[in-house]
Design a protein around this ligand. Structure first.
Ligand code: HPA
Length: 249
């Protein structure tokens, strides 16, 4: 993501409410025509790359996935000059290779969310717009993350179909079997409409996912917060290193 003179936006999810390695140069509370973003924008540098960090759920973590103002978040980053966004997402693993602490750069998404404000193109319009969304994640940006992850000894996959569910509850085992039949490898609650809103603004968007639990019914136990916290502890350092290395050129 280096070649960019524009700052790179990083939207941190569960387990990533701040970036400790970020050299902070300023913080900014902003408002947009779509309302308030989840938190202040943190302007900083990761190596040579200017970045703008935004905590998706606020800091401290308090906004549930279905109540995040995704439009305000993306608009605020756009207004700050961001044209490339990395969305960091905690997810459940469905694919048998994608267990806790596994890092994934997904290549596709299926949207199962409902009732969220998921487009900028509504209201008083001069014309109707249908954007292309065949490949939801920017290929060049994905490759930078993949190259960075390959250089580390990470438990990592360079593919995956992300199922975006409504939440905030986790899924039933039957729902996960259905997602699996649909071809999904990962399940999370925040991947959409974030990706499509970035696309509507003409921004490059990539997802960097950390598996924090086996999805419902994929292990012999129910999902606990302890398990999730443990996987975050185990895996988030790797995610941060991938972010830093991908910016280092
Ligand atoms: N399902 C949906 N979202 C999630 C999960 C899950 O199992 N784990 C983390 N986010």
């Amino acid at each position: 993501m280096t070649a960019s003179t524009n700052p790179v936006g990083i939207i941190g999810g569960t387990g990533l409410t701040s970036l400790s390695d970020l050299e902070i140069v300023g913080e900014e509370t902003v408002s947009t025509r779509w309302g308030e973003p989840s938190d202040k924008l943190v302007h900083g540098r990761l190596g040579d790359q200017a970045v703008v960090f935004l905590a998706r759920h606020g800091n401290p973590h308090r906004i549930p996935p279905h109540q995040v103002n995704y439009r305000a978040n993306l608009q605020a980053l756009y207004d700050a000059g961001v044209r490339t966004v990395v969305g960091v997402n905690a997810v459940g693993g469905i694919h048998k290779a994608m267990g806790p602490a596994h890092v994934v750069v997904p290549d596709q998404v299926i949207d199962y969310t409902w009732g969220r404000a998921s487009t900028f193109f509504e209201g008083e319009l001069e014309h109707v717009t249908h954007i292309d969304f065949t490949y939801p994640y920017d290929q060049e940006g994905r490759q930078l993350l993949i190259d960075a992850a390959r250089g580390l000894k990470l438990d990592f996959s360079d593919f995956g179909v992300y199922a975006a569910t409504q939440g905030p509850r986790l899924e039933t085992a039957a729902e996960i079997r259905r997602l699996e039949r649909d071809g999904c490898d990962l399940v999370g609650m925040t991947g959409m409409p974030e990706a499509v809103l970035a696309a509507e603004l003409g921004m490059r968007y990539v997802c960097l996912a950390l598996v924090v639990n086996w999805a419902a019914g994929k292990s012999d136990h129910i999902i606990t917060m302890e398990e999730i916290d443990q996987a975050i502890d185990q895996g988030m350092a790797g995610v941060k290193t991938v972010l830093e290395r991908s910016m280092a050129g």
